[in-house]
Write a protein that binds this ligand. Structure first.
Ligand code: ADP
Length: 570
C-alpha cells in the first residue's frame, strides 16, 4: 500500500521526460511541507506563548499599581471618615450646635488633616443647625437628599464628586450619631478632591497611560487625560468588578486598542481605572514579533533555496542514471542480439555453404557443357540462365562469408598502431572505386596523432565498412572526409563524413542492427553491426549524426588501450 502511494507520487514506474517535472514538483511540495510545517507550527506556538506571557507581564504591574493606589484612596477616605466619627463621639449635639465650637473644630482638623472644606451639624429632621465653612448654608434642609437618607440607613455616607458653588470638585462625607435617649443627628463634612489628583499623579504611571476615578454609573470623578473631565460620562467599556480588580482588552472611543484595569474602592462607590494603549504597552512585543517574522522569512527563503537546489541536483542525477540505464540496456540488448545472431549465422552459413558449393559446381559444369555442345535452340538463353545461377551463388557465398566473419571468434592482436597509416592503406585498397566513382577524398589527419594500442586488421575492417557505406551514399563527384585528432586521456577520434543521401530519422535507429539494410539485394545489413561489435571489443564508442539530403558523420572514439575485459568479452 505504502509502496503504491510512493510509486503514484513519484511515478517510479514511468520515466518519460515530462514526468521528471511532475516528480520534481512533488518532491518540492513534500519537502517544503515537511520542512516548513514544523517551522510554521513552532513560530505560531511561540507567537501565542510569547504574546500571552508578555501580556501577563504587562498586566501584572498594572494590577499591582491599581491595587496599591486604590488602597491609598481607601485609606484617605477611611481616615477622613474616622475623624468625623471621632468628632461626633467626642462632642455632643449641644457642643457642636454652638457656632464657635464647630468653627474651632474645623480649624483644628484642617490643621492636622488636609482636604476638609467645611463641617456642618444636621439634626434628625434634616435641618442644618450649625455650620463652619466658606458657604452660607445655615437653615438648609437635607431631609430629601440622598446623603441624608443613606446616612440614616447605613450610619455613614460618602458622596460622588460634585461641583460646589465655586465649581470646584468636592465630596461629602457624613456620619450619623445616636444619643443615649435615642435621638439621631448627623455630622457632615465637605472635602476637596485635590488629594485624588495628587495621588494619581504620584502613581508613576508608564508613558501615555491614563488613570482616573469613575463612579459605578461610569461618571468621571477626576479629570482623565484622554477620556473627559470630571462629571462627564466615561466612554470606555469596563470589565465586571465587584470586590476585586479586573482587566479587559478592548478598543476605546478613538478606535485605539487598550489594556484597561479597573479596581473598585471598598469604602466608596468609586472605581480606579488605569488605561494603557496597547501600541505603547506592547512595543517590546511588536519588536519581538518583527524579529520573529524576519527570522521566519529568512528561514523560509533558506529552506526554499535548499529544497530547490537539492531537488534540482536529485532530479538531474535520477535523469542521468535513467539515461545511463537505458543506454546500458540498449547496448546489452544489441550485444545479445549480435551474439545470438552470430551463433545462428555460423550454423546457417556452414549448412548453406555445402549445398552452395554443389550448386556452384553443378552450374559451372552445366555452363561448360552448354558452351562445349553444338548450337541448339535456346543455347544462349541456357548460358544466360546458368550465368544467373552462378552469380546468385556468388552473392550467396559473399553473404555466407560475411556471416562467418560476423560469427567467428575474433583473435585480437593488440599492438601499437597509427590510425593515419591504416587510413592510407585502406584508401590504396579502395583506390579503384574512388577513381571510378570520381569521389573527392579530403584528409584532415592530425600530424601529431598519438599511436594507440589496437588491432590493425580490425581497424582496417572498420574503415573498409564505413568508407564503403560512405561511397555508396554519395553521388558521382561526391565528397568523403576523413578526420583524425587526439582527445584527452590518450584517446583518439576518427570521423568519416560524407555529403551523401543522409539517413532518415526512422532508419538511423536501426542501422546497427544485423541484417538491416536499405540497399535491397545490394546490401547485406551486416557492415555496421560488425563494425559496432569490433569497436566495442576495442573499447571504443561509435556515434552517428546525419541529415537526410546533406550527409552523415560517423564518429569513432578509440582508447589508448582496450581493457582485458573488453578484449576477452564474447
Ligand atoms: P549495408 O551497407 O549492407 O546495407 P550496413 O550495416 O553497412 O549494411 O548499413 C546499414 C544501413 O545503414 C545501410 O543500408 C544504409 O541505409 C545505412 N547507411 C550506412 N552508412 C550510411 C551512409 N554513410 N550514408 C547513408 N546511409 C548509410
Amino acid at each position: 500500500m505504502f509502496n503504491k502511494i510512493i510509486d503514484a507520487l513519484f511515478f517510479f514506474n514511468r520515466t518519460p521526460q515530462d514526468h521528471y517535472s511532475a516528480l520534481k514538483r512533488n518532491i518540492i511540495i513534500i519537502m517544503l511541507l515537511i520542512t516548513t510545517l514544523p517551522l510554521a507550527t513552532m513560530i505560531i506556538i511561540n507567537y501565542f506563548q510569547y504574546k500571552s506571557h508578555l501580556r501577563n507581564q504587562i498586566i501584572a504591574p498594572l494590577f499591582a499599581m491599581a491595587d496599591k493606589t486604590r488602597h491609598s484612596f481607601d485609606l484617605f477616605l477611611d481616615q477622613r471618615l474616622a475623624i468625623i466619627r471621632f468628632i461626633s463621639t467626642t462632642y455632643n449635639f449641644e457642643d457642636l450646635s454652638n457656632e464657635q465650637n464647630i468653627k474651632k473644630v474645623l480649624i483644628s482638623i484642617k490643621k492636622e488633616w488636609s482636604g476638609f472644606v467645611d463641617i456642618g451639624l444636621i439634626n434628625g429632621q434634616g435641618d442644618l443647625v450649625s455650620y463652619a465653612g466658606p458657604y452660607s448654608l445655615l437653615g438648609k434642609n437635607y431631609s430629601e437628599q440622598l446623603s441624608f437618607q443613606e446616612t440614616q440607613i447605613k450610619g455613614h455616607y460618602i458622596s460622588n464628586v460634585f461641583l460646589g458653588f465655586r465649581k470646584y470638585p468636592h465630596i461629602v462625607m457624613a456620619v450619623q450619631h445616636l444619643t443615649d435617649d435615642g435621638q439621631t443627628w448627623i455630622l457632615r463634612a465637605t472635602i476637596d478632591t485635590d488629594f485624588f489628583d495628587s495621588l494619581i499623579s504620584s502613581m508613576g504611571l508608564p508613558r501615555q497611560t491614563d488613570a482616573f476615578l469613575i463612579n459605578r454609573d461610569g461618571i468621571l470623578q477626576t479629570n482623565s487625560l484622554y477620556y473627559g473631565n470630571t462629571l462627564e460620562k466615561c466612554p470606555l467599556e469596563l470589565p465586571r468588578v465587584n470586590f476585586k480588580s479586573n482587566s479587559i482588552e478592548g478598543i476605546d472611543d478613538k478606535n485605539q486598542a487598550i489594556f484597561l484595569v479597573a479596581s473598585p474602592f471598598s469604602i466608596a462607590s468609586y472605581i480606579l481605572v488605569i488605561v494603557w494603549p496597547q501600541s505603547v504597552a506592547l512595543q517590546s512585543w511588536y519588536a519581538l514579533k518583527t524579529e520573529m517574522i524576519i527570522i521566519f522569512f529568512i528561514s523560509l527563503a533558506i529552506i526554499i533555496f535548499a529544497v530547490l537546489k537539492m531537488t534540482h541536483v536529485l532530479i538531474t542525477r535520477i535523469k542521468t542514471s535513467d539515461e545511463h540505464r537505458e543506454n546500458v540496456l540498449t547496448e546489452l540488448q544489441h550485444a545479445q542480439k549480435l551474439s545470438s545472431i552470430g551463433r545462428l549465422s555460423a550454423g546457417v552459413a556452414h549448412e548453406i555453404n555445402n549445398p552452395l558449393a554443389i550448386i556452384n559446381e553443378k552450374a559451372g559444369l552445366m555452363s561448360d557443357l552448354i558452351e562445349l555442345s553444338k548450337d541448339f535452340n535456346e543455347k544462349t538463353k541456357f548460358i544466360e540462365l546458368t550465368d544467373a545461377i552462378l552469380n546468385s551463388v556468388k552473392r550467396c557465398k559473399k553473404i555466407t562469408h560475411r556471416l562467418l566473419g560476423f560469427s567467428k571468434r575474433i583473435d585480437i592482436k593488440i599492438e601499437p598502431i597509427n590510425i593515419n597509416h591504416i587510413i592510407h592503406e585502406v584508401l590504396d585498397f579502395l583506390e579503384k572505386d574512388i577513381l571510378y566513382r570520381k569521389i573527392e577524398i579530403n584528409l584532415l589527419l592530425s600530424e601529431s596523432l598519438a599511436s594507440i594500442h589496437s588491432d590493425q586488421g580490425l581497424i582496417q575492417q572498420i574503415l573498409v565498412n564505413l568508407l564503403t557505406n560512405a561511397f555508396a551514399a554519395v553521388e558521382e563527384y561526391g565528397r568523403v572526409e576523413i578526420e583524425t585528432h587526439n582527445l584527452t586521456d590518450g584517446r583518439i577520434i576518427l570521423k568519416i563524413s560524407d555529403n551523401g543521401c543522409g539517413i532518415p530519422k526512422d532508419v538511423i535507429k536501426n542501422i546497427f542492427d544485423p541484417f538491416f539494410t536499405t540497399k535491397k539485394e545490394k546490401g547485406t545489413g551486416l557492415g555496421l553491426s560488425i563494425t559496432y561489435g569490433i569497436i566495442k571489443k576495442l573499447g571504443g564508442e561509435i556515434s552517428v549524426s546525419s541529415k537526410p539530403g546533406e550527409g552523415s558523420v560517423f564518429s569513432i572514439e578509440l582508447p589508448d588501450k582496450p581493457t582485458e575485459l573488453e578484449v576477452n568479452n564474447e
